[in-house]
Write a protein that binds this ligand. Structure first.
Ligand code: NAD
Length: 293
């Protein structure tokens, strides 16, 4: 089995690295936070001295970091020391431009690279059921596939450098917009005296049907597993939704794509965050739309 470097052992990276260990790989990890290091050690991850030391010895290096500046910082350290042919896989959610810069840094030193952001959240990371959206050369994708399969259940090659990040932000822009649409419909139904269950029963089998309604219903009752049933504990935090909507807006401005509903969704999630609700599940935006404090 390959020696795999894993940089960024946080909420997502920690359980992803643990699943690689379970699949029989030798994983050498690194993080800046002592608690993340201790949890990774307990899951069987060996801790390396630095990202550069890890990259010099590993066949594959996976990064799972907060944002583009962190990824480019780490790539600046690891790309120059990686052995020719080393595969660098970035699973963080970052802007498309930084993802393409990371590919260029890798290519400049003879390393293969893939952007491979995920959806499925912390639960999916722990259960090994993430969806990976990958961008990069076909050879790099095929080399990465068995490793991604140890951490996820659906692996999609979306195209060349940056295509994985593009797919991620397009998908999450749909999600942010559709969640607000579903929440607005429930708020209107409440004002009209229509029960939550009645709206759900009609719309879940009609043309208003969507994932935000049928899998993640923002009111308690119709979908017992949705965060609305546990006071909007995440789930997928509103702060992360705002991050992804901002990335979508940056990309839309750079590409000249008109996204008026994406822009409105970003503004509404910015307001929710400004009200101190960034840690709540993103479906909790229904409380703000109702005007609850
Ligand atoms: P997190 O903050 O829990 O983990 C990030 C880790 O990176 C932290 O432990 C931090 O110490 C570490 N780190 C930062 N800079 C570093 C450096 N230079 N060297 C080594 N380690 C460094 O975040 P997370 O929830 O694990 O998210 C990671 C990425 O996954 C983000 O890009 C996020 O947008 C994306 N994502 C998160 C979720 C989710 O539900 N949490 C879902 C999908 C995608």
């Amino acid at each position: 089995m390959a020696v795999i470097g894993f940089i960024g052992l946080g909420n997502m990276g920690g359980p992803m690295a643990a699943n690689l260990v379970k699949a029989g790989h030798q994983v050498v990890g690194y993080d800046l936070v002592p608690a993340a290091i201790e949890a990774a050690k307990a899951a069987g991850v060996t801790i390396g001295a630095s990202p550069a030391a890890i990259a010099a010895a590993a066949e594959v290096v996976i990064t799972m970091l907060p944002g583009g500046k962190h990824v480019l910082g780490v790539y600046g350290d690891i790309a120059p020391v990686a052995r020719p042919g080393t595969l660098l896989i970035d699973c963080s959610t970052i802007d498309v431009e930084s993802a393409r810069k990371a590919h260029a840094l890798a290519a400049g030193t003879g390393a293969a690279s893939l952007d491979a952001p995920v959806s499925g959240g912390v639960g999916g990371a722990a259960a090994g059921t993430l969806t990976f959206m990958a961008g990069g050369e076909t050879d790099a994708f095929e080399r990465a596939r068995p490793l991604l399969e140890a951490m996820g259940k659906k692996i999609v090659h979306c195209g060349g450098a940056g295509a994985g990040q593009a797919a991620k932000i397009c998908n999450n822009m749909i999600l942010g917009i559709s969640m607000i649409g579903v929440c607005e419909a429930f708020v209107l139904a409440e004002k009209l005296g229509l029960s939550h269950q009645a709206l759900f029963d009609v719309s879940s089998t009609s043309s208003g049907q969507c994932w935000s309604l049928t899998s993640y219903c923002p009111v308690p009752g119709p979908v017992p597993a949705s965060p609305a049933n546990r006071d909007y504990q995440p789930g997928f935090a509103a702060a992360l939704m705002l991050k992804d909507l901002k990335l979508a807006q940056e990309a839309a401005q750079g590409a000249g794509a008109p996204t008026p509903l994406g822009a409105a969704a970003a503004q509404l999630y910015a307001l929710m965050n400004a009200q101190g609700e960034g840690g709540a599940d993103f479906s909790g935006i229904i409380r703000m739309l109702r005007g609850e404090g």
